[in-house]
Ligand binder design. Structure first.
Ligand code: FES
Length: 272
C-alpha cells in the first residue's frame, strides 16, 4: 500500500525542498515565553480598550479629553467644547463616539510591521517563534485576502499623523484649568505630555515613515535633508518595538487617568 509522503510538495514548511527533520523543532530554550507574554499583553489591551471604547462615559474631565474619544465627531459627545471637535455625525449617532475615531489608530497598529509579527506569533502561531515550524498546513503569507490588506499600512500612517496632531492639540489644551483659563498644569497635563511624546516617537519610527522619508533615492548625497531625516527616523525605527509597547501603555494610562478624574475617584493634583 502507498505510504503517506511525510514531505509533500506543498505542505507548508514541510516541503521536499526543506531538510527532512521529523522533530517539530530543535530549540531547547523557552521559545514559547515571548509569544505567550506578547499575547497576554495584547489581550489585556484589547479587553481594556474595548470596555472603554464602548463605555461611552467618563471620558471627559475639563480640560482633559481621553485620547480614545478625541476628536469627538458626534453630537452626543460630552467633550464637544474641549478640543478640536467637529459635529460631523450629528445627532443620529447613538453609540459611543469613540468607535468613529478609534478605527484609525487601531488600523495603524493592526497593520504595523511590529504588531503583525507580534500577533502572528502570539495568536496564530504563524510561526510561533524563529526556527519553530508553524502548525498550519499551508502558508500563503500576506499574498491573499484578507492579509493582503496589510499593505494599506502606509495610508494608516498618514491618518496616524493627523490623529497624533489632534492629540498634540489636546495636550496643549491640557494647560488650561477646569474653567478653561490658561497657565495651569496638573498631573494630568504631565500624563498627556508623556503620552504625546511616546505617540509621536512611535508614529515617526514607523517603517513606512522611514521609507517615505528616505526611500526611492538613488543618491543620498543629492538629498542631504532627506538623508538626515532618514538617519534620524532610522534611529527611532531601531526601537520601534519598544515604542510600540510604551505608547500602547501610555495611551491606555492617559485614558485611565481621565476615567479616574471624570468618575470622581480621584482629584487631579495641581502642579502650578
Ligand atoms: Fe509599526 Fe508602521 S511599522 S507603525
Amino acid at each position: 500500500p502507498a505510504t503517506e509522503d511525510p514531505h509533500p510538495p506543498s505542505g507548508g514548511v514541510r516541503t521536499r525542498t526543506r531538510a527532512a527533520i521529523d522533530a517539530p523543532h530543535l530549540r531547547t530554550d523557552r521559545w514559547w515565553l515571548a509569544p505567550a507574554v506578547t499575547a497576554a499583553g495584547l489581550l489585556a489591551f484589547i479587553v481594556y480598550s474595548t470596555w472603554r471604547a464602548f463605555a461611552n462615559a467618563d471620558y471627559y474631565a475639563a480640560p482633559y479629553v481621553s485620547p480614545f474619544y478625541s476628536p469627538c465627531l458626534a453630537e452626543n459627545c460630552d467633550a464637544m467644547r474641549a478640543g478640536p471637535n467637529w459635529d460631523l455625525f450629528g445627532g443620529w449617532w447613538g453609540i459611543s463616539p469613540a468607535i468613529i475615531i478609534l478605527i484609525f489608530p487601531l488600523g495603524f497598529r493592526l497593520t504595523c510591521y511590529y504588531y503583525r509579527k507580534a500577533y502572528y506569533r502570539g495568536f496564530w502561531a504563524s510561526p510561533p517563534a524563529c526556527a519553530v515550524a508553524e502548525p498550519h498546513k499551508k502558508y500563503t503569507g500576506e499574498t491573499r485576502f484578507p492579509l493582503v490588506l496589510q499593505n494599506i499600512h502606509r495610508y494608516f500612517f498618514y491618518a496616524a499623523i493627523v490623529v497624533a496632531g489632534i492629540l498634540t492639540y489636546d495636550t496643549v489644551l491640557a494647560f488650561r484649568d477646569e474653567h478653561y483659563e490658561w497657565g495651569h498644569m496638573g498631573l494630568g497635563t504631565l500624563v498627556f505630555l508623556v503620552n504625546i511624546v511616546l505617540i509621536w516617537a512611535y508614529t515617526i519610527s514607523c517603517h513606512s515613515c522611514r521609507h517615505i522619508v528616505g526611500g526611492k533615492l538613488k543618491h543620498f548625497s543629492r538629498h542631504p535633508v532627506r538623508y538626515r531625516m532618514w538617519q534620524w527616523v532610522g534611529k527611532l525605527n531601531a526601537r520601534h518595538m519598544l515604542l510600540a509597547w510604551a505608547s500602547l501603555v501610555s495611551v491606555a494610562l492617559a485614558d485611565f487617568y481621565v476615567y479616574l478624574v471624570a468618575s470622581g475617584a480621584f482629584d487631579d493634583p495641581t502642579i502650578f
